[in-house]
Design a protein around this ligand. Structure first.
Ligand code: XMP
Length: 512
């Protein structure tokens, strides 16, 4: 039986980050409701329990509490932030309101010979975010670390293997945080590092089967990573109870429609309905120049098209979405409530309410790189899994001003050349995004003996970690030269190619 670390979720925005850190250590972790009965936990091969942080105050009425029996299960425990306070209070210590909220970095000084801090040197900069503080430790505990504001920044009960931290070891800006987690997993819980993403599949499949039963599920395929992985996963679980809808809005990249049909229709044999809605989208965009207006029209039409095609499928009960963890709203504002508020996916926002469908979001706890790993296990090709992000409104926001079929064709051809050259030079995987932008600006040029008056293509290639900030990629001049000469020579209607050297901020990645 797989070894499990149970993370009881008190609602912190970092709970999934703890789960991810543990998965990185090749140990299986499950995020469970904070009040799960101890009896339920006993049914698993439980190696340890982590009590997560949370937005509530243990001092307030109705603050969330775990089943008291979990302290008698005989497994190691680690409380984090709220988890420390709830553990402290329930085991007989005291918690008081802090005079000032400790938020941000703190300097942690600790006893280096303690198991939790094995291989770490004091002091460490750690990340705090809490209001209350432990003022009296429960019986059996001792303090093993302190910060300026708290003499009980880390505590342990060595006999019962109970540990607790006032700070968040899981966040990237806590120094040594991953080592502390590893010490808990391997030194204290005795876990083996023998778990991999592949093992998430049977659990995920069972969960989908249990949720869906015999009902029918629909999924809007976008051609991107997240919806593709969800499609492959759900198909494994329920086969032809899944129907995928792919809307060709005429704003896709070159060959995209065909690639989706080849992979999901021919290769995976899915029930794939391709909706040709090019005319509908392009005629709605005539004379529209404002980018936000374009987005609104495209988003609305997407929902209409999707709705129309779903009505043709019988007994649909679920709408599957490729929501991933970063799509989930960062905080959980309702104190005491274990359910976080879900942000609707930007491409299909508003659909479930309108269509009265239940949502199925089987990868909502995964981070992007984990989604890619899962996709690989499910047999999706690398060129899809490692594809750059592509905006929902597609090429409409890469044709500056009014969108016309003529412009889209030019843009598609130019973009395909850029991508081909980046792949040939092995630069594609090193950059965050690379694309062309069509500028409806004619400039003068010469081709042969003739004077030309053709359009302009801007090439945008950026490096980024998360799209919040970005810098233009320092591509080799020879590569840029090749891209430029191929676009001007091969794409009819283009007379000039420019390279965008604006960073974000102050620029944005897209031009509209
Ligand atoms: P910006 O242009 O804001 O882009 O620097 C940041 C990231 O978001 C993508 N992007 C969009 N994605 N719908 C989307 O689904 C949109 O309307 C949209 N606008 C920008 C952009 O490609 C980049 O990855």
């Amino acid at each position: 039986m797989t070894e499990v670390i149970a993370i009881l979720d008190f609602g912190s925005q970092y709970t999934q980050v703890i789960a991810r850190r543990i998965r990185e250590c090749q140990v299986y972790s499950k995020v469970l409701p904070y009040n799960i009965p101890a009896e339920e936990l006993k049914k698993q091969n439980l190696k340890g329990i982590i009590l997560s942080g949370g937005p509530s105050s243990v001092l307030s009425e109705n603050s969330p509490r775990p089943d008291a029996e979990i302290f008698n299960l005989g497994v190691p425990m680690l409380g984090v932030c709220y988890g420390l306070q709830v553990m402290g209070l329930m085991l007989g210590g005291a918690v008081e309101k802090s005079t000032h909220r400790e938020y941000g970095h703190g300097i942690l000084k600790f006893e280096t010979n303690k198991t939790l801090f094995k291989n770490l040197n004091s002091p460490l900069r750690v990340w705090n975010s809490h209001g209350d503080r432990l003022s009296k430790m429960p019986k059996g505990f001792q303090s093993i670390a302190s910060t300026e504001n708290s003499e009980y920044a880390a505590i342990e009960d060595i006999n019962r293997h109970f540990y607790a931290l006032q700070f968040h070891p899981e966040v990237a800006h806590s120094q040594g945080g991953l080592s502390i987690i590893k010490n808990f997993l391997f030194e204290i819980c005795g876990c083996k590092a023998d778990w991999s993403m592949a093992q998430i599949i049977p659990d995920a499949i069972k969960k989908i089967q249990d949720t869906v039963g015999k009902a029918h599920v629909i999924l809007g395929l976008s051609g991107g990573v997240d919806s593709s992985v969800v499609a492959a996963l759900i198909q494994r679980a329920i086969g032809d109870q899944l129907t995928c809808i792919f809307i060709d809005n005429g704003l896709l990249r070159k060959g995209e429609n065909e690639e989706v049909q080849e992979l999901f229709g021919n290769h995976f044999h899915m029930d794939l309905r391709v909706i040709n809605a090019k005319k509908r989208f392009l005629s709605a965009l005539v004379d529209v120049e404002d980018p936000e207006e374009k987005r609104k029209i495209i988003g609305g039409l997407f929902i209409d098209c999707f709705d129309d095609s779903v009505h043709k499928i019988e007994q649909v009960e679920f709408l599957a979405q490729g929501t991933i963890y970063p799509d989930i709203i960062e905080s959980m504002p309702i104190a005491g409530s274990p359910t976080s508020v879900i942000k609707s996916h930007h491409n299909v926002g508003g659909l479930p309410e309108r269509m009265k469908l239940k949502l199925l979001e089987p990868i909502k706890e995964l981070f992007k790189d984990e989604v890619r790993m899962l996709g690989k296990e499910l047999g999706l090709p690398d060129n899809l899994l490692l594809r750059h992000p592509f905006p929902g409104p597609g090429l409409a926001v890469r044709v500056i001003g009014e969108v016309k079929e003529e412009y889209l064709e030019i843009l598609r051809d130019a973009d395909a050349i850029l991508i081909e050259e980046l792949r040939n030079g092995s630069h594609y995987d090193d950059v965050w995004q690379a694309f062309c932008v069509f500028l409806p600006i004619r400039t003068v040029g010469v081709k042969g003996d003739e004077r030309t008056h053709d359009y302009t293509i801007a090439v945008r290639v950026v490096q980024s970690e998360d799209a919040m900030t970005a810098d233009w990629a320092r591509l080799p001049y020879d590569l840029l030269q090749k891209v430029s000469s191929r676009i001007v020579n091969e794409v009819h209607g283009v007379g000039r190619v420019v390279y965008d050297i604006t960073s974000k901020p102050p620029g944005t990645i897209e031009w509209e």
